[in-house]
Design a protein around this ligand. Structure first.
Ligand code: SAM
Length: 506
């Protein structure tokens, strides 16, 4: 794990911590940061005991989220994650689908009120739910709340089978960031990028626990009296060679039905059930060969780490229930990686400092003061293999605007030269703009240092013939280095042409 500073996270409706594991994995893979603190809220004692067992250092509270107060949340986290109860949006037979009228929406409604009330809101929010949520009235209220609080978002409807995991679990996900990062908000993306071209397809056998003793196996076997029932012909059956299982739900430990998840056929044949279907006319033929997946196997299929354990106090039925209510960590980790790391290049921030870099050949460094204000004012992307240098991702907005105007627009550039003193705070300093026409270069260069020591700043290339500006934001690893490369010398009180630089003669 990276040694960089971490992310402060709050997990609402936390269950057994699927979001917590996913965030850790999403961030860890990118080597960017780690989880610094996590607060979890859930009303279920079994869920909370399991969470606490696996994350003994996290704060886990047994509380209805609608009973939280603004002070519990204000300024407390960079990321909020949540899987609100899905029953109001479930469309299966027998479900009432009361949508926002269902009292189980009170938790989400409470979170929406709190988001509006608090002053320091999380930069990122991630929500997961069933497909039915995406067409619900409740989502209309959720979109409205996001807009009113300054978020843009990206939506997904995807299933683990799409990333090679042999399990169907199509779920709706919404990635929200408090910025103008996304503008394709009406689209619900149905494909997910893996970061590599070929999806590695797994088979069920990759998740099977071959170390089960005969006694263990008996615990999970489907009893003959079930196989004798007429409805037993309906159950979902897979073998180790299959590439998909039905969605496992909270009822898997109690009810045998394809709607609660698949059963495993442990026959000698190496064929998949898909290629070589079973004979459903007499299910007793499979007596002693059909069993439930164990909780450990399901956790593995759901992407939980091998180290995950339930405390001894949680019986088998509750384990199945908790897993069935949970999320696929593999898929959520990919989405959280996009949200938290993505192409935004920022991982962690506070009011005073922000950490940038760490990928694409950039060193990790902290920025603050005017530079941080500039970073937040517009969207930037790292120039690959050019540490400390970023170009603006909003060219349509800024390419015709002069650099000083850009800074004024976001409240930088305040005092006049006469008020400038040595003890000036970065935020109050007068900005000086230096202009250069370098021999052999068509672009004019504008340089505006953004701190009192001239270590960081904006370098703008003015393309006069097109009337366009290319603005760059430069941290301390990029600012002086870039200017030295083009023959501009920077000291703590001046920015001037380097007389010793071998400028081409025009
Ligand atoms: C879909 S499950 C969440 C699963 C979780 N993401 C995980 O990985 O296990 C919903 C959870 O919300 C909890 N819950 C439901 N309503 C709640 C409320 N109003 N306040 C707090 N927790 C609630 C339930 O106990 C359940 O554990």
């Amino acid at each position: 794990m990276s040694t960089c500073k971490g992310l402060r996270m709050i997990e609402f409706f936390s269950g057994i911590g699927g979001m917590r594991f996913s965030a850790e994995r999403g961030i860890q893979e990118s080597q960017e940061t780690s989880i610094e603190t996590c607060q979890a809220y859930d009303i279920s004692l079994h869920a909370n005991n399991s969470y606490k067992h696996n994350f003994p250092n996290d704060s886990v509270r047994t509380k209805l989220v609608e009973q939280l107060k603004p002070k519990d949340l204000d300024g407390k986290a960079d990321l909020w994650t949540m899987s609100p109860p899905c029953q109001p949006f479930t469309t299966t037979r027998g479900a009432k689908s009361l949508d926002s009228e269902d009292k189980r929406c009170n938790g989400l409604k409470g979170i929406m009120d709190l988001l509006t009330q608090i002053l320091e809101k999380p930069k990122y929010i991630f929500l997961e739910n069933v497909k039915g949520f995406s067409g619900s009235q409740m989502i209309g209220e959720w979109y409205k709340c996001l807009k009113e609080n300054g978020y843009t978002y990206k939506q997904y409807l995807v299933s683990p089978v799409q990333i090679g995991v042999p399990n169907h679990r199509q779920r709706y996900y919404i990635l929200c960031e408090r910025s103008d990062r996304w503008n394709d908000e009406t689209i619900i993306h149905q494909e997910i990028k893996m970061g590599k071209d070929d999806v590695e397809k797994h088979i069920v056998g990759d998740y099977i626990d071959d170390s089960l003793t005969a006694e263990d196996r008996n615990t999970f076997l489907v009893p003959d009296e079930i196989l004798q029932k007429d409805w037993a012909r309906q159950v979902g059956v897979v073998s180790k060679a299959d590439t998909a299982t039905h969605c496992f739900t909270a009822g898997y430990g109690r009810i045998f039905h394809r709607a609660t998840g698949s059963l495993l056929l442990t026959r000698d044949s190496e064929d998949s059930v898909e290629d070589n279907p079973i004979d459903r006319s007499n299910m007793m033929e499979y007596s002693g060969q059909l069993r439930r997946f164990t909780p450990k196997e399901l956790l593995c299929l759901f992407g939980f780490p091998h180290s995950f354990e339930f405390p001894d106090s949680i019986n088998l039925e509750h384990q199945y229930k908790l897993i069935g209510n949970s999320i696929n960590v593999n898929i959520v980790a990919l989405l959280l990686k996009e949200l938290l790391v993505g192409d935004v290049d920022v991982v962690r921030g506070s009011k005073e400092r922000l950490q940038v870099g760490g990928t694409k050949g950039h060193v990790v460094e902290e920025i603050d003061g005017n530079l941080m204000q500039l970073y937040h004012g517009y969207r930037w992307k790292m120039i690959p293999n050019c540490t400390g240098r970023h170009t603006c991702r909003d060219p349509a907005k800024v390419s015709s605007v002069a650099p000083l105007e850009i800074l004024k627009e976001i409240g930088i550039a305040k005092k006049s030269a006469s008020e400038f003193s040595e003890s000036v705070n970065d935020a109050d300093m007068e900005l000086k703009e230096y202009h250069f026409e370098l021999p052999g270069r068509a672009d004019k260069i504008h340089v505006i240092p953004l701190d009192t020591n001239n270590d960081t700043g904006m370098i703008t290339f003015a393309k006069e013939e097109r009337g366009a500006y290319v603005h760059t934001l430069n941290t301390s690893s990029g600012f002086r280095r870039k200017l030295a490369c083009i023959g501009i010398e920077v000291t703590s009180n001046d920015v001037r042409l380097d007389e010793n630089f071998p400028h081409p003669t025009s």
